[in-house]
Structures are given as C-alpha cells and as structure tokens.
Design a protein. Sequence first.
Length: 666
Amino acid sequence: MATVTSMQRSSRPDRPHNVRLAGTCFVLLVLFARAPASAQHTGDCIPSSAEAYLEVNDVRARILNDGALFWDGSPHVYEVPKGGGRQSLFHAGLMIHAQIPGEHRREPLVAVARYNNREFWSGPIEADGGPPSSCEPFDRIFNISRDSLHAYHGGASPTSDLTDWPTGLGAPTLSEDGSIIDLGALPLAERVDRVIDLENGERPAIIGDQMLWWIMNDVGNFHNETETMPLGIEIHASAFSFDEVGPLRYTTFYRYRVLNRTPRRLDSLYFGFFVDPDVGHWSDDLIGADSVLGLAYTYNADNYDESGDRIGYGDAPPAIGFDFVRAPSADGSQTGMTSFVDYNLCDWVYCSVGALGFYLPQVARGRLASMTLREGNKGWDAPESAPQTTFMYSGDPVGRQFWTELNTDGLGATNEPGDRRFMASSGPNNMESGDVLEFEVAIIWARGKDHLDSVRELRRASRTVQAFVDSGYDRTVPFIDAPAVTAAPANGAAVLHWTNADTSNNAQNSFSEYAAVVDATYHFEGYDVYRFDSPNDTAGTRIATYDVANGVTTVLDGLEGGEIRNAAYGSDTGVRGEHVVGDLDNHRTYHFGIQAYAYQDGYYPKIIRSAMTRVSVEPRADATGATPGEVLGSVGIVPNPYLLASEYEISGGKEVRIVNIPDGST
C-alpha cells in the first residue's frame, strides 16, 4: 500500500525548459486575460501537497493531487517496467479551457497544471460557487486496493483509506444493494463529513486492482500561469490500474469528473493535458498523433535510447501514448482526442504564456494564436494550399509517411529529435450550471522489435485497451470447460478416456470465445495428458498431447522479460479422446489428469487452460477392462483419411504414421 506524504514543492523544474516570450503577443494575451470576468471569487488556499503511487501492475506512477502527474521536483516517476529504473514520462498536467458567453465578448477561462504553476487546489466548491474556507483538510489522496478489500472481508481490520473513504464528497461508493450512492444534491455542509458506512455494507466502487481518488477545484487561489479568473469547476479524480495480462499490464487509467458548480454556463469547454514525455533519455524523442485512435504518442527517433543524466532503454526503445478512451462530445455521444499540438513550437514561436497560449491551440478551428494550423512542415509554416487540421504529425511514422516528424514535407525531410512537449485535448462541450462531464485517459506503453515497431505495437495495444474500456472493463480471460474423464484398469495398463458434455462450452471440441482483455478470440487447440506421483502432486508430468493439426505446435507464452508461462507443446498429431498408459505395476494406484487448452496468436496469454480433471486407477491382471492388445480403437494413423493427396503424404514418401500404440503391442 503506497503511503500518502506531503513534500515541499520545488521552485523550478530540475532541468531547463525552453520558454521564449514574444513581446507583442505577450502583451495582447495579458490584456485579453485581464478583461472583466463574471463574478467568481478565489480563495487563499496553499498548494496541495499529497501524493501516492499507482503500482499494482508493471507500472509505477507518482500521482499528485493538484492537477499534475509524475513530477513534483526530483524524482519524476513513471517507471516501466516497474523496478527497472527507466522512466517513460517526465510530467503531465491537466488543462481545462472554456468560455463565458457574452454579448460583446467570449472571455476565455483556463486552468492548467504546468510544471510548478498549478491552478488546481484540494477540496470541493461551496454552495455559493466559492472555494472551501480551507483547502488543507482535503489535501489527501485515498488509496484502496482489491487486496485490502478482500482482507477486510476476511476479517482483517480496515485500512484508514477505507474507513475514511469520503462518500459525501463524491468518492464512488456502492450501497449494500450494489447501487451507486450519489449525495451531490445535498448542501455541502450536510455531506462534507459523511464517510463510507462499512458496517451497513457500503463498499468503494473500485475500478481495477488499485484505485486512487482525490478531489480538486480551480477556485482555491489566483491563476498565476494563465492569469484568468477561475472556471468554477470541481473535479473528482481517480487513477487506477489492473494487475492483468496483455497491454493492461503496462497501462494506467485516469478518470476526471468535471462539475460546473457555478450558476453560469461554460461554453466550448476543452479538456486535455500538457505533456513533457521523455521516453527514457529526453534527448532523442519524436511525437505524433493517431486521430482515429485518439492517441497522442512519443517514440524514439532511432533504435537506441542512450543513457546520460537519465537511464535509457537501450536497444528497441518503447513508445508511450495518451489515449482518450472516454470523452463526451457536444451531442452527448462519446468522442476521443480532437486536437494535438507540438508545444515546443508554441514556446518558441508565438504562444508561450497566458490564456490564449493554452486555449487557442486546442480549439476545433485548429489555430495557433493568429496562425492557422495546416498539414506539413511545422504546421504554422505549411503552404496555404495545404488542408487545415487540428492534429499535428498525424501520418504513420512506421512507414515514414507524410505528415510525421520523420517526413514533414512528403519528400523525406525530418525534424531534429530532442526534448518534446505536446498538448492534446478533447472538445468542445457546453456545461450548464450543475452539469457533469466525465473524461478518461489511458496511458499505454508498448515495446516492439525496434523503435518503429514499438509504435505499431502501441497502436495495437490502443485498440485492445479501447475494446476493454468499451466492454465495461470486462477483464476476464475466458475459461474452457474441463473434460469428463474415466480410467479403466487393464493388465499392467490404464485406459484413459475423455469427452465433453453437450452443455460444455467445448462440446465436440468447439470452444471459441472472444476476450476483450487481449482483443482476440481463443479457439480450442488440444488436450494434455498428465501423470501425478501422488494425490498431493499438483505439478505432474505431461506424458502426451493431442492437438489440432493446424501448424500450431510449441507455443512459448509469457510476459516481456519475465518467465515463460502456459507453454503448449503440440505436435499436430490430431485430437483424440483416449490414451493408453502401459508398463504399469498391477495392484498399485496411479494418478492421471486431462486438461483442455485453447489458443490465440496475440497478446499474453496465448494459451488458456481448463481445470485439470484427475482420475486414479489400479491396474490388475484380472481386470475386466481392455488389455493393451484389445484397445485397437485408440490406435490411429496420420494422415487420416489416407488419400495420397496431402502435402504430408507426398513429401513424406507415401507413408502413414501410426500413433498411440500401447506398450507391448506388435
């Protein structure tokens, strides 16, 4: 369980970041931002200081409760794989932009968390739309896990994060009957101290195997970064991850419920992130966007990520992306990322600070300050005939297609790799007073055979994660039903026979089931026959395999860099339902088992197995069961039928292969 601590905020990033102020642009931005705002007072909250670690799978991420993620002064922590010492992200900060409708102006309001300048504070908003009298009592991240819940159900004392779970503030809670408890309609004073009622069956509505929850607002103090008045929004934030297989092992999720607590309408609201990625070493990165997948990503410029002041990934460096997996559109349907901008250009050219510097690059018109974003070059300097866009570098770098950082002009020109930053967002949305919008972003990590194959694998993982979210987080890898097994004694032998009932999901060896967690369909592949030394032997020894003759034989299955698991050792001998074990001693008990397995050629696990059906048998000379010479029904030939037509028959020299001959037979 990660502990929640407080710490002194660093006064500046622990490496220089390029910021240039274009004088004329800067003055205009300040003048625009200083225009009178609708009445919305701010408080005098001190910066939030709580932090916790999301670390249940193969990612360790430092989570902060002020709109920022991963960096709060050294160290920055987004470590993948966990324990390896290599970081894939430096900093990410929440950005929310909106406008107030007016007769003569549409005033931009912006709240961001960019490096040390963070415009979100702990706690809820009061009934009058103002900040809490003090933000400090809410300066906390609540950290719960399935393990702690299971331990509590098993009789262990609940953790403080569980007993203090702030149901009244909006922390997702299930009642005893499984329905969500929503107390948001009550005045804050009546619910602010209301915590979970464990004794009456209430439970946190946990998503994943570990979930962090915290509450923020943007009215706690003045907006020093953007110099605007606050939007008047309250945010219920959660971060969660799954101790799962496939891409989920390297994915973390971030959900933000945005509540308009003011009496006014917010127009053209955009939700997004400012991201300073740094995949391993920061000096050799490139960025891109997949507008179809809603994915903003970073990858290495070449196939080696060196080390220096940061530990690099070495050969075949990974790629990492922010995937907008759930984002509402203006009509209430779900959409994804709607804009992606290279923020390095924003810093260096025209929009370094102020409200417009964060707002205009994100809007659907695709404008960077006063410049239209077009496909090609660096976006702002593309030919006027080029199409307008809201997505920079939206081509395919794997094939070095236009428009990417590896081909900026369609003729193969490349950008110099280096320290990248980007902004990605989703919108627009309108929010009436009291409205709630919910956004969810998945951060996905993938590593392929080389730096560009990592991008390909990242896109593949994005599709899997999106299917997983769309399924309602149906994390279950399907199980194939176990066969029914009998064992008949024989003289010095045992005859094993197995079959599947008509009600089995593998009736007539027909198992086929889709699994969202790996975005693939498992199909029946074969049976393994095991022998056990005793009833207490749980490992056993595989003594035979009967599998579908489809070219799938040995399957090595496991996590990247980890042990090989769930391996299959087929030989394309064909599926059977009987096996004879000979050379056994009469009047001695033997133990056997049969296990079915299914296969898909995608993410781990490629192989899933049924439960083991175990039987025991005692061979004897006077057994009424069959003797080895009488079990001809279990003997088979390959190929069957023998037509002298298959490739095996012709290339094999017009031969058949006789299989499953009992010991002692001639």
